[in-house]
Design a protein around this ligand. Structure first.
Ligand SMILES: *Cc1c(COP(=O)(O)O)cnc(C)c1O
Ligand code: SF4
Length: 329
């Protein structure tokens, strides 16, 4: 029986793959096809919906590579560290990150629907801040903040009652002009985008932006496209951020296909991030020079609004740093 306390999406989370070997079997692969990290510090998690979009019997599938814990994670690289973006240092006691002018990022939960192996927050120590009441977090926010960013973890792991409470509190703060939600959930757990949630979004009185996280066109099948269309119909501006990942989306054609697929789903490309140098993710790194060549080719082939900004995060800077090689004419 499905009760109000057990929405379908929470059931989908309970049924997610938690053991890499179960996913390997589901994908008709053999354990010898992949060199698994059997004791990863960052746990494995993959919902069925995402698993269904991974090609069977292909250890190099770009969706699989984003989530499968490999032994490569254990290689030591001195410049890959636990907190490459300086977020731990910038976090206030209330779980608020205010690194940039006018925007405050709220760590609203530590939970995610999927665990991405390159995640820059994978070693983040959340537990001191996430359980603080949202009122307390909002009280600490300065009057010059015009935009609240809900992040995490993934804020859509919170249930609708909790989100409703947060939305009300944000809407009642006089100096807040916009709400932004950073989430990978429309891509990895489409069940979560329920009619009730869509109604919540639609009724939220301020302009709202949702920044999703999608790295490859194969992540958007017709079901996901439909979900994104529905979000767009609530009057929410949809943007995408990707991470440039070796062996996953490091070709101009892959990036072009991604931009085009996103646009079909009513999402505009926003940022293409150079990998944050987080411990365990060195095997995903694409050099800055290669990144520049790729984005150059994408620029020559796509309309300007389909080209994401290639950016890099450097601890201590007041914005994400654009990487480009445009010549001065
Ligand atoms: C990326 C980020 C933002 C948002 O930056 P935009 O350039 O406005 O997208 C805000 N706060 C923190 C801490 C961030 O890391
Ligand atoms: S969904 Fe986002 S926060 Fe969660 S593991 Fe993936 S990259 Fe990290």
């Amino acid at each position: 029986m499905i009760t109000r306390n057990q929405p379908l999406w929470q059931q989908a989370m309970r049924e997610a793959f938690r053991q890499p070997l179960d996913l390997i079997r589901f994908l008709e692969l053999s354990p010898s096809d992949v060199d698994l990290n059997l004791k990863p510090t960052f746990a494995f998690c993959c919902p069925k919906s995402y698993a269904n979009r991974i090609k069977k019997n292909d250890p190099n599938d770009p969706l699989l590579k984003q989530i499968l814990p490999l032994n490569l994670e254990n290689a030591q690289h001195l410049d890959f560290i636990d907190d490459p973006t300086g977020d731990l240092a910038a976090q206030t006691n209330a779980g608020v990150l205010q690194k940039y002018h006018g925007r405050a990022l709220l760590i609203s939960t530590s939970a995610c629907a999927i665990h991405c192996r390159y995640c820059f927050r994978q070693h983040f120590n959340y537990h001191e801040s996430v359980h603080l009441k949202i009122e307390q977090k909002l009280q600490t926010i300065h009057e010059n903040v015009e935009e609240i960013i809900l992040s995490g973890g993934d804020p859509l792991m919170l249930n609708d009652d909790k989100l409703n409470e947060i939305f009300q509190l944000v809407a009642n703060k006089k100096h807040i002009k916009r709400l932004r939600i950073h989430t990978r959930i429309p891509i990895v757990l489409p069940e979560r985008i329920t009619d009730d949630f869509l109604m919540l979004l639609k009724e939220f009185p301020l302009p709202k932006v949702m920044v999703i996280h999608c790295n490859h066109a194969n992540e958007i099948d017709n079901e996901i496209k439909e979900v994104l269309n529905k979000i767009s119909e609530t009057g929410t501006v949809l943007l995408n951020q990707s991470v440039l990942l070796k062996g996953i989306n490091d070709s101009a054609q892959t990036l072009i296909d991604l931009s085009e697929r996103l646009f079909e789903a009513k999402v505009l490309p926003y940022y293409l991030h150079l990998l944050d140098k987080v411990a365990g993710a060195a095997h995903f790194e694409v050099s800055k020079q290669t990144a520049l060549q790729l984005i150059e080719e994408v620029k020559t082939r796509l309309a300007g609004y389909l080209v994401p900004k290639l950016v890099e995060e450097r601890a201590g800077f007041p914005y994400k740093i654009a990487i480009n090689n445009d010549k001065d004419f």
